[in-house]
Every structure is written in C-alpha cells, then in structure tokens.
Design a protein around this ligand. Structure first.
Ligand code: SIN
Length: 310
C-alpha cells in the first residue's frame, strides 16, 4: 500500500507535507537551491527585512539534547534579493513560501508589495520574531497585529498566512482568533520559537548565546507540547477551515503524526534540520509513512484533526 504524504494548503499543492522553517538553512541562494534539490515539500525563505542584515552577534545558536536556543536577529539578504530569486526557485516544481518580517510596521507593506510582485506560491507574514533587541513580538499585541495585517492584506494576491508566536492561554487564542477571522487570512503557521528562554552552562557558569544577555527563542523537542496545543487550539477555533502548518518539536515521524492529529496540514522543521541537515526530510517521510501504514491509514488527510478527546 502506498502512502500519500502530499498536502494542500489554501489551494496550493505540496508534494510532501514537510518543509523547512523560516530560518533553518534558508538564508543564502545556495541554501535555498539546496532545499529545492532536497526532498523538502516546499522552499521557505528566511524571514526577510527591507535591508540585508548580518543579524545578532555570535554565538547566537546553541543546540542541546532537548532542543535549541537561538537569537539570530533576522540575518537575511533583504527582500530585493529574495524577490529576484523567486522565479529561479519556482523551477524546482514545489511551492515557494516567502517569509516577510519587518523591523517596524511600515516595513511590512513595502516588502509585501514587492515580494508579491515576484509571485511566490504563498506569503507568510512573520508576526513573531522574538530576537530583535527592543522590538516586542507583534503577535503578542492584537492591535498591532491587526494594523499590520490590514496594511498587507490588500497587497498580497497569493495565499497569505501568519507566523504566530506561542500563546499560553485560551483567552489569547480567542483574541487573536477574532483578529485573524476578520481579515481573510488563508493559512496559519505556528509556533515560532518560545521566545526569551534562558539556557545556562553550569560548567562555565555562563549563558550559551551572546545576544540579549543569553535570552533567546527555544526550539526543538522541548517545545512540542506548546506547539501541539497551539495547533489544536486554532484548529478548533476555526473548525479546521484555516489550514495550519505545525511548527515546533518535530524530531521524528511520531511528532509529525501528532501534529497532523491535532490539525496540521503540513509541518515545518527547524532545529533538527539545522542539526541533521537536508537528509532529515527523507528520514521523516519514511518514518511517517511507516506509522500511517502500520495504523492502516493511506494519507495524512485520513488522520488530520482526528485527535480524540476523553
Ligand atoms: C531570528 O532570526 O532571530 C529568528 C526568526 C524568527 O524567530 O522569526
């Protein structure tokens, strides 16, 4: 029995439900081309700003057995470079997702208009980078989020999604749900890293990354329950009508299966892609297919959102 790991998000077909998270191996042209050649089901660009950025001082990424902490600070080539690359990236025959960030609200429409003109397959508006010193995550401010969404919505003609931070209370899911519901958002991606965690090295009696006094976004296995909770909460809030990309804590095929059960249509891979490289996509395909086959399912659509409650 063959297993169908393809998926559809906002009418766009993905040959497989796995893709990189914005930030993981997707800053440079070479990295994006390598994603194109890999088994990834899409190519997601690094979240882009108006001007190219070096990002925060190093060390700014640290992996540990349970996950990772990063404070990259949006190192990227600037939107013009990504806009130029999009036609070339589209030749790989899989969706290209342009991730749009900004250092202030005025940046978002500038980038959205220009990148939309290059016609990626989807645009993800990142409301959740926790790593720019002095800049709070927009996604934690519903009014600011709504202002940004309003300013970009009419400029974007391809499916538009939001990359959200983790929320920790149903009241916050509901408030953001109302904002999202008012503006014709076509898909959601959650969660960005769990912002402003702190990892300590007891040997050196020191923090492990340099920016922001060691505070950074947590990723990897330790954040999976938070990611699953957010996927599930928004899946239920929108009764499955807004497709969700589940991001956070995907290490193996079981993690993907759990994200899909909670309602995800696809998953993004961050920490393990950085740690393991592009071969992770083939491994996850094999592992997910084995789980689905073992359980008698033929596609991810068979289980999507079917999490049982007791
Ligand atoms: C970073 O570049 O600091 C990470 C990007 C993000 O969390 O959105």
């Amino acid at each position: 029995m063959t297993t169908d790991l393809s998926t559809t998000i906002a009418g766009v077909q993905f040959p497989s439900c796995f893709m990189n998270a914005a930030g993981a191996l997707c800053v440079t042209r070479d990295e994006l081309m390598a994603l194109g050649q890999s088994r990834a089901g899409a190519i997601v660009t690094k979240s882009m700003t108006v001007d190219a950025r070096q990002g925060n001082p190093e060390p700014r990424y640290y992996g540990f057995p349970g996950g990772s902490i990063n404070s990259m600070g949006l190192p990227n080539l600037g939107y013009r470079a990504y806009a130029e690359m999009i036609p070339e990236l589209k030749r790989f025959g899989k969706p290209v997702v342009a991730s749009v960030a900004g250092l202030c609200e005025d940046d978002f429409p500038v980038i959205a208009a220009a990148i939309n003109a290059a016609q990626p397959d989807l645009i993800e508006v990142n409301l959740s980078c926790p790593n720019i010193p002095g800049k709070p995550q927009i996604g934690y401010d519903p009014e600011a989020s709504e202002r940004v969404i309003k300013r970009v919505r009419h400029l974007i003609t391809v499916p538009m999604g939001l990359k959200l931070p983790p929320y920790f209370d149903p009241a916050h899911h509901e408030v953001m749900g109302r904002v999202i519901g008012r503006h014709g958002v076509n898909f959601l991606n959650m969660i960005n890293s769990v912002g402003n965690g702190l990892v300590v090295d007891p040997e050196r009696e020191a923090v492990v990354i340099k920016p922001k006094g060691g505070f950074g976004g947590l990723g990897g296995r330790i954040i999976k329950p938070v990611a699953l909770a957010n996927v599930r909460a928004f899946y239920k809030l929108f009764q499955g009508k807004i497709p969700i990309i589940g991001t956070g804590g995907v290490v193996d095929g079981v993690d993907v299966f759990e994200h899909v059960l909670c309602g995800a249509s696809a998953v993004q891979i961050g920490t393990v892609l950085v740690e393991e490289g592009l071969d992770v996509f083939g491994r996850l395909e094999t592992e997910l297919a084995a789980i689905l086959t073992h359980k008698g399912y033929r596609s991810i659509a068979d289980v999507q959102g079917m999490l049982k409650e007791l």
